[in-house]
Design a protein around this ligand. Structure first.
Ligand SMILES: Cc1cc2nc3c(=O)[nH]c(=O)nc-3n(C[C@H](O)[C@H](O)[C@H](O)COP(=O)(O)O)c2cc1C
Length: 187
């Protein structure tokens, strides 16, 4: 399988996650790890599995990532399985009332990963695993302990033939076997 991991990063944390994702996927096929500046819509369309990552900034991916995704021709990812990730703050630790308010209002859409996922699906991509966020200690990082290992597990789920949604720890929304609607009544 041809696997392409595309990312951008301001302080290096998303780059580290992208490297962990790429390393975890090496046993699954031919893996390319590309900074967004080197990625083209044609390269994305050639992948069997495409993973795109960005830091969340002001609830969105970096403009470099949005521009690349915005330039994808309609249907160009029809034969591509896709997955998206971001890095993000733990909102409760940010002590920022505006940020907390918008995260409550927007839910998972307050993060880059969900927006990247939507753009990939709009271009025809088929989600391989639910989008995921990986947590940083502060604006410049470092990543929280264990996040690189969690990223590697998430990547392996994306590559699995019958990938199921990962546990959405960072969104606070559980989409594991019980689904996104919360606990079953007769659990
Ligand atoms: C201008 C700016 C805006 C940010 N906005 C958000 C935000 O809306 N939500 C969030 O969780 N983190 C936000 N952050 C924190 C970033 O997510 C964090 O810097 C990023 O995960 C670090 O990844 P990087 O090292 O790859 O740049 C923001 C950071 C900056 C610099």
């Amino acid at each position: 399988m041809r696997i392409l991991v595309v990312y951008d990063s301001m302080y290096g944390n998303t780059a580290r996650v992208a490297e962990a994702v790429a390393d975890a996927l090496r046993p699954e096929g031919e893996v390319r790890l590309l900074p967004v500046a080197e990625a083209t819509p044609a390269a994305l369309a050639e992948a069997g599995l495409l993973i795109v990552g960005s830091p969340t900034q002001r609830f969105r991916p970096l403009p470099t990532v949005s521009t690349l995704l915005g330039g994808l021709p309609a249907g160009s990812l029809e034969s591509v399985r896709v997955a998206a990730f971001d890095t993000r703050l733990v909102i409760a630790e940010a002590h920022n009332a505006v940020l907390s308010f918008f995260v409550r209002m927007l839910g998972p859409s307050a993060y880059a990963a969900r927006r990247i996922e939507r753009a990939l699906v709009r271009a025809g991509g088929r989600p391989a695993v639910a989008s995921e966020g990986f947590l940083v200690e502060g604006t410049e990082g470092p990543l929280k302990e264990g996040e690189l290992e969690r990223a590697a597990r998430w990547a392996r789920q994306a590559a699995a033939p019958q990938a199921r949604p990962a546990d959405r720890v960072a969104d606070g929304v559980e989409t594991g076997p019980r689904g996104a609607m919360g606990p079953r009544k007769h659990a």
